[in-house]
Design a protein around this ligand. Structure first.
Ligand SMILES: [Fe+2]
Ligand SMILES: [Fe+2]
Length: 215
């Protein structure tokens, strides 16, 4: 893990730029685990169904872009080396989700959101600020964000037809991983955020989902 080594500020900047490019450039995220969808048959989907499912998968892909940026921002400013290392490990795991969602969006004949660089920048800033405030706030932010992601995944699993086994398998595995991320952030000392903060996060996520469903 990078946290064990001593990097100069310039090294860290280059590593951040590399992570941002790997998140934002098309086809650049190589997953460590194969997509749960690869072994499943492609469903016969109407044009309308494909368009709707691609919109939902685009939301999930942007969610993963945000997670990636949040973790990278937090890793930059985390105070404890073990928290920094946990953030970098989580970011690695999220790359799988990013790659699986992108692959599925392409299979459905669509593309990731053009707004991803904007959401990457915003989430990176939020992550870096949370890390500056304290590691407990930073970890609390991870837990609250992952809770939000789980809610989206549950809603999407209700909307995606049963016969689209590929999309469903991806979201089901993501649901398992995200719940684990939330639990380990709280176990590592993350603050449980009060309801008003969570409400603010829900509003922000609505802006993200409404916009990236379409573009
Ligand atoms: Fe994820
Ligand atoms: Fe996650």
């Amino acid at each position: 893990m990078t946290s064990e080594r001593h990097y100069s500020p310039i090294d860290r900047l280059l590593l951040q730029a590399d992570a941002a490019l790997r998140t934002l450039l098309p086809f650049s995220g190589a997953s460590g685990r194969p997509s749960p969808a690869v072994v499943l048959p492609e469903a016969e989907l109407s044009t309308e169904e494909s368009r709707h499912i691609a919109g939902l998968m685009r939301i999930n892909h942007t969610g993963e872009v945000c997670a990636q940026a949040l973790y990278q921002g937090q890793a930059l400013t985390a105070k404890l080396p073990e928290v920094r290392s946990a953030m970098e490990q989580a970011a690695d795991e999220e790359i799988d989700h990013l790659a699986w969602c992108e692959q599925r969006i392409r299979e459905l004949g669509s593309h990731p959101s053009v707004l991803n660089p904007l959401f990457y920048g915003l989430s990176f800033g939020v992550g870096a600020i949370a890390g500056l405030v304290s590691d407990r706030v930073s970890l609390g932010f991870v837990a609250a964000t992952e809770d939000q992601v789980c809610k989206h995944l549950d809603e999407h699993l209700q909307q995606i037809p049963e016969h689209d086994a590929k999309s469903r398998a991806i979201l089901q595995q993501m649901r398992i991983d995200e719940e684990q991320h939330a639990d380990s952030a709280l176990a590592a000392g993350g603050l449980r955020f009060p309801a008003p903060v969570k409400f603010g996060m829900t509003l922000l996520s609505k802006v993200m989902t409404k916009s990236t469903y379409r573009i």
